[in-house]
Design a protein around this ligand. Sequence first.
Ligand SMILES: *[C@@H]1O[C@H](CO)[C@@H](O)[C@H](O)[C@H]1NC(C)=O
Ligand SMILES: *[C@@H]1O[C@H](CO)[C@@H](O)[C@H](O)[C@H]1NC(C)=O
Ligand SMILES: *[C@@H]1O[C@H](CO)[C@@H](O)[C@H](O)[C@H]1NC(C)=O
Ligand SMILES: *[C@@H]1O[C@H](CO)[C@@H](O)[C@H](O)[C@H]1NC(C)=O
Ligand SMILES: *[C@@H]1O[C@H](CO)[C@@H](O)[C@H](O)[C@H]1NC(C)=O
Length: 389
Amino acid sequence: MLLQIKVYIITILYFFGSLFMVLFPPRNFEQSSGASIRIMRRFGDEINYKEYIDNEALLTIIQRITRNDSEVARLVYLKPITAENRSIVSLELHSDLQSKKPGILVIGALNGMVWGASNAVIELAEKLLYDSNYQTPFFNDYDWYLIPMGNPDGIHFTQKLRSRPSFGADEWSRNITVRNQTRPTVWHKNVDKNNGPGTCFGTNINRNFAYHWQDDVSKTPDQCSQYYPGVKPFSSVEAQAIRNYIHRLGDVIHLAIHLHASFVPKKEFILYPWRYSLRHPSNYRTLQDIGEYAARQSRLPDGRLYEVHQSSSDERVAGSLSDYITGVAGIDLVFLVKPYHQMYPNYTDHTILEVYVKKAMSAILSLVRGWRSSTKQNTLSFFGKDVEF
Ligand SMILES: *[C@@H]1O[C@H](CO)[C@@H](O)[C@H](O)[C@H]1NC(C)=O
Ligand SMILES: *[C@@H]1O[C@H](CO)[C@@H](O)[C@H](O)[C@H]1NC(C)=O
Ligand SMILES: *[C@@H]1O[C@H](CO)[C@@H](O)[C@H](O)[C@H]1NC(C)=O
Ligand SMILES: *[C@@H]1O[C@H](CO)[C@@H](O)[C@H](O)[C@H]1NC(C)=O
Ligand SMILES: *[C@@H]1O[C@H](CO)[C@@H](O)[C@H](O)[C@H]1NC(C)=O
């Protein structure tokens, strides 16, 4: 009798179990029909690229990736090209072509000092493509749009001058005679020469987007300043190229991340709009929660957490990429990630690069996890505890 009851109970449990699987199939199960079978390996903890990736190397790497994996990886040249005739490129990863998945946009190295950002984005791309640890959920559940280097001219410029003695950036910009032998202490801009009259050159791309352009400053920074926002919104070709690409993608993007850097040790941030104003965005609570979740998941090597808050609460910056993506392109989930990065780091010291790359990748993937957890996508509430599957 007791045995019979047990059998009945187990049968009923199985029945409900199967019914549940049919009614609520796991997303990966549904999609696996369209996904191509990929050769996956597990990688160690090592980074693959030990040198700073410049624009040429970046193209070579992306071309190799897209040749080897043409069904899932695509190279897109953004237009227009830069003042020094370089193309900003995007690497698009689609785990299968049949279905459209939520898109994640990552843009790195918009600032001339963030040499490691392109490395971080490329390492991330290779993990998504080739490392089985990242296949589910990160590769299979999303379409990825990766722009490793938003400011190729600026990065080229600072890397070329790296071994020269340093000279105050404002004075360097004004004094033509010192330019030949020295490098500016900082260079946050591109190297555009057609940015107005005068000897100074370069526009700060991250202040050149047409959303509340110059709304933060009572007096326009002059052309020699590292914060010069351009003669008008979208006067820089880099901002134009990124705008054109974002608008072409349209509403496929659900989450956008600008990978930037903090140049102050032990001050590392995960930020979100608005950056031009202290006013909260309407989804302020969600952004803060996802950011805090990501910070807990991507604890920094010395045990600290990323500081998470609205980006204007430490400094107001108008015309920035992240505000434009939210305010004009209408993407609700936008984050600005700032792991610590030295200015002109020792070019041959791999450990400096590796530390930045790992922090950046971990923060980006944790934001994706935070987003998943906030939507309760792929999670089941099990006796009041959320279990991800
Ligand atoms: C790409 O293909 C080449 C030649 O087939 C091979 O040597 C190389 O290891 C592949 N690269 C990757 C990253 O799979
Ligand atoms: C870029 O290309 C244009 C047209 O081909 C050429 O006139 C110009 O000199 C090039 N600029 C650089 C910096 O190579
Ligand atoms: C430029 O800098 C050099 C070296 O510091 C100095 O001798 C020169 O007077 C400066 N020129 C101007 C125009 O300030
Ligand atoms: C800078 O160097 C170039 C060649 O090395 C030279 O032609 C030019 O006159 C120099 N400019 C200044 C301002 O010293
Ligand atoms: C840069 O790093 C390399 C390799 O770690 C080291 O040999 C070299 O001394 C460093 N240079 C400076 C200027 O610190």
